[in-house]
Ligand binder design. Structure first.
Ligand code: SF4
Ligand code: SF4
Length: 335
């Protein structure tokens, strides 16, 4: 495993990190088994969030006795000082630790960032927690390019997390700027929210960019950890066949695809928008038509039940035309 310094934090971390979202799909004992495998593979960076329901709690249970082997990052969407102070304390309790290495402001939009950095905002609580030794360093996670541009200029920002993958390269210039400014860059959504199936080529593409400090795919089983660790450990230049695959993925996905971030939820009528769009992708892009139709049939609410209120589109950070995409999904999956 290759190790890098996470920008201004000075923390030495593995180039492959563990994204804590999928822990919500397993249990505490399953999480403990994954932690053992991470140790075997030399992975020492774990990212989770207050918002990932049981993730912090299961990690706290699983890290008992081995906490010191890991650099722990978590995050909160609180924008006010008192709420952020409370969240940091809850994270400490759930993670069963008295110290969190990296605490991140979770995906602020431009207005949220104004609130969080104003007097009485979340940043004050983070700085106080840092001074008190509850957290070691402060970072920020983002989906908006506009906020990314601001964040690289903020003196308190020690690391930035942003989506970056074969089909989402919009942050590339700012990622390079992170390196110039010694801000650690944490790559999220390496598989474009599940839209890219070939994890090995996806990770090889990401680690071929020297400005990426760490990539954090979500991993729910030991086989995925082994596959991803092998991909990241291969530091040779991209081969011609890999470049061909990358070009094929770009051509197949374009830009109008769902990253499964679920920021569009809740749908007014209860449609699981990312699930519908995932199954549509399997149907149209991966030629898994029967499987996609069968899985789609298990959803309680179907795409055709959309009342076109448009509320979801206002929440989608990628400005996807969700209503049109659902109509297309209904056409192919509800025949
Ligand atoms: S436009 Fe359709 S999918 Fe979006 S929130 Fe409204 S009902 Fe749900
Ligand atoms: S439709 Fe947009 S907000 Fe909803 S899951 Fe997909 S990318 Fe995220």
């Amino acid at each position: 495993m290759e190790y890098r310094i996470l920008g201004k934090t000075g923390l030495k971390i593995s180039r492959l990190g563990f994204g804590g979202i999928p822990i919500q799909k397993i249990d505490a004992e399953g999480t403990r088994a994954l932690i053992g495998r991470l140790i075997d593979e030399g992975v020492n960076f774990i990212d989770t969030a207050r918002g990932y329901t049981v993730s912090e709690e299961y990690l706290g249970f699983a890290l008992t006795g081995v906490r010191d082997k890991f650099v722990i990052a978590t995050k909160s969407t609180s924008r006010k000082k008192d709420e952020m102070a409370r969240d940091i304390d809850v994270s400490l309790e759930k993670l069963c630790t008295d110290y969190i290495d990296l605490y991140q402001m979770h995906n602020p939009g431009a207005k949220d960032l104004d609130v969080a950095t104003a007097p009485g905002g979340a940043l004050e609580a983070m700085l106080e927690a840092k001074a008190a030794g509850k957290i070691g360093h402060i970072g920020i996670t983002l989906h908006s390019l506009e906020v990314f541009e601001r964040a690289v200029e903020l003196p308190w920002v020690e690391s930035i997390m942003f989506p970056y993958n074969i089909v989402e390269t919009q942050g590339e210039e700012l990622i390079a700027k992170c390196k110039e400014k010694n801000i650690g860059f944490i790559c999220m959504k390496p598989l474009a929210g599940g839209a890219i199936e070939d994890a090995t080529v996806a990770l090889r593409f990401i680690v071929s960019n020297p400005a990426v400090t760490v990539v954090i795919p979500g991993m729910a089983d030991k086989a995925q950890i082994a596959e991803n660790a092998a991909a990241v450990a291969d530091t040779s230049p991209l081969r011609a066949d890999e470049v061909e695959k990358i070009d094929g993925i770009k051509a197949a996905l374009g830009t109008n695809f769902c990253r499964r971030c679920n920021y569009c939820a809740p749908c007014t009528v209860g449609i699981s928008i990312p699930s519908v769009l995932l199954f549509e992708g399997y149907y149209s892009r991966y030629d898994l038509k029967d499987w996609a139709v069968a899985r789609y049939a298990t959803l309680d609410k179907k795409a055709s039940e959309c009342i076109e209120c448009g509320i979801c589109e206002g929440r989608c950070p990628y400005n996807l035309p969700i209503r049109e995409m659902l109509k297309n999904a209904a056409r192919v999956l509800e025949k």
